[in-house]
Ligand binder design. Structure first.
Ligand code: 6PG
Length: 490
């Protein structure tokens, strides 16, 4: 029998099922496979009933149904399952066939897997897929990287099923070689963590500082979603705040305040440390999840560690002042968000250099513009900034964003200062402001730091009155010698 399937998809969890149905809607014949094969039968009998979707009960049967070059996409848990499926697939595939990993794999694993798979004559793609269940079904953002020779064979299908923005432009473009696609997805997730934390801080200040109800905050988010903050995450926060539990009270108030995480935010921060790039906001977002998880300790500490009362009684009681403070919170969120994206782009810039990728920064903003979790109007502005100047040194230096920060600055500072005075934690708002102030300062106190290093360890320093690259050592106490330690930086 002539093979008739265009692509195979392994992994029938909800993302996999939805992506298959999406591919089917676009006219592709998909063969579905899952490790526990009952899932295949269930899927064919239910969600995929009446579609062209085919099923397979073994890898062999799956491969036999595929047209050449064979395209096999995995949507399985990151880590060991990906390696296991690659091992199972290799004996059944032929040179030129393509394995695609659509999970949240660590980019370094993708680097390793691509080399391995290519050594067997096959091609490999590691692609970020963002947008949750809904995105997978109706158009996710897709960020593919890997073997360049594979791209022409998967471009049509991946672009067809991806989200589309203005004028039908697909939110899917080739990112680069090796793990570049998974890297960009990882940064997307780091930014996602940052955006979520910023929204939570705005919520917390409104709730505990201004004493606002879930319904009132729902209205604020609804309003914010009409302007420059218009985004998926603000939109779902708006809806979450309106959701009632069975007893009619806001459901959000009954949800335990301990955050989970699957690791992609953490990977972003670890990688930033390797590359020496300060993504301070994403780091605070990851650590805030860690602090939230220390629930029992926090409950005990809350009885012992004293601080000011959070309630801003005077402001909350005066409608005009209250509205002005809500506007300031919006400014804090917006300016911090600009800093966070600027940091994310700094990280991608450093990664491109280190891993020799030529990343298209405007193209990445476009890919994130629709379909994914961080999709927003704001990303359209980032695309414009990089279209205007592809070599932009920092997003905060773009005229538009510079102007936006300028406008938001007063409110942002007010919120950070007020939160600090009232003991309301706002780590992401604060770190963003601290970074902004560090970045815009030509001189930082690291002169003293270098003196300290030289004092206790003869680590040497450079001088402001001498050319860069010349290193000096001082015998600070008169007791040390003149021998300096070797100068190197990690
Ligand atoms: C997406 C999301 C997704 C992410 C989950 C869980 O782009 O669709 O980023 O890929 O993995 O939302 O993330 P955490 O469990 O780490 O919050």
């Amino acid at each position: 029998m002539e093979p008739k399937a265009d692509i195979a998809l392994i992994g029938l969890a909800v993302m996999g099922q939805n992506l298959i149905l999406n591919m089917n809607d676009h006219g592709y014949t998909v063969v579905a496979y899952n490790r526990s094969t009952e899932k295949v039968d269930q899927f064919l009998a239910n969600e995929a009933k009446g579609t062209k979707v085919l099923g397979a009960r073994s890898i062999e049967e799956m491969v036999a149904q595929l047209k050449r070059p064979r395209r096999v996409m995995m949507l399985v848990k990151a880590g060991k399952p990906v390696d296991e499926f690659i091992e199972q697939l290799i004996p059944h595939l032929e040179p030129g066939d393509i394995i695609i990993d659509g999970g949240n794999s660590l980019f370094e694993d993708t680097n390793r897997r691509q080399k391995y798979v290519e050594s067997k004559g096959l091609l490999y793609i590691g692609t970020g897929v963002s947008g949750g269940e809904e995105g997978a079904r109706h158009g996710p953002s897709i960020m593919p990287g890997g073997s360049p020779a594979a791209w022409p064979h998967v471009k049509d299908i991946l672009q067809a099923v991806s989200a589309k923005v203005e004028g039908g432009v697909p939110c899917c473009e080739w990112v680069g070689e090796m793990g570049a696609g998974h890297y960009v997805k990882m940064v997307h997730n780091g930014i996602e963590y940052g955006d979520m934390q910023l929204i939570c801080e705005a919520y917390n200040i409104m709730k505990n500082g201004l004493g606002m109800s879930a319904q009132e905050m729902h209205e604020v988010f609804a309003e914010w979603n009409k302007g420059e903050l218009d985004s998926y995450l603000i939109e779902i926060s708006r809806d979450i705040l309106a959701k009632k539990d069975d007893d009619g009270s806001p459901l959000v108030d009954k949800i335990l305040d301990t955050a989970g995480q699957k690791g992609t935010g953490k990977w972003t921060v670890i990688n930033s440390q390797d590359l020496g790039i300060p993504i301070t906001l994403m780091a605070e977002a990851v650590y805030s999840r860690c602090v939230s998880a220390l629930k029992d300790e926090r409950v005990k500490a809350s009885r012992k560690l004293k601080g000011p009362t959070p309630k801003l009684t005077g402001i909350a009681a005066d409608a005009k002042r209250k509205q002005a403070f809500i506007d300031d919170i919006k400014s804090a969120l917006y300016a911090s968000k600009i800093v966070s994206y600027a940091q994310g782009y700094m990280l991608m810039g450093a990664a491109a250099k280190e891993y020799k990728w030529s990343l298209n920064y405007g193209g990445i903003a476009l890919m994130w513009r629709g379909g994914c979790i961080i999709r927003s109007r704001f990303l359209g502005k980032i695309k414009e900034a990089y279209d205007k100047n592809p070599k932009l040194m920092n997003l905060m230096l773009d005229d538009y964003f510079r102007g936006e920060i300028k406008k938001a600055q007063k409110g942002w500072r007010n919120v950070v200062a007020t939160a600090a005075r009232r003991g309301i934690p706002a780590p992401a708002f604060s770190t963003a402001l601290a970074f902004y102030d560090q970045y815009r300062n030509a001189v930082l106190p690291a002169n003293l730091l270098q003196a300290q290093r030289d004092y206790f360890g003869a680590h040497t320093y450079e001088r402001t009155d001498k050319p860069r690259g010349e290193f000096f050592h001082t015998n600070w106490t008169g007791k040390g010698g003149t021998t300096a330690a070797g100068t190197y930086n990690v």
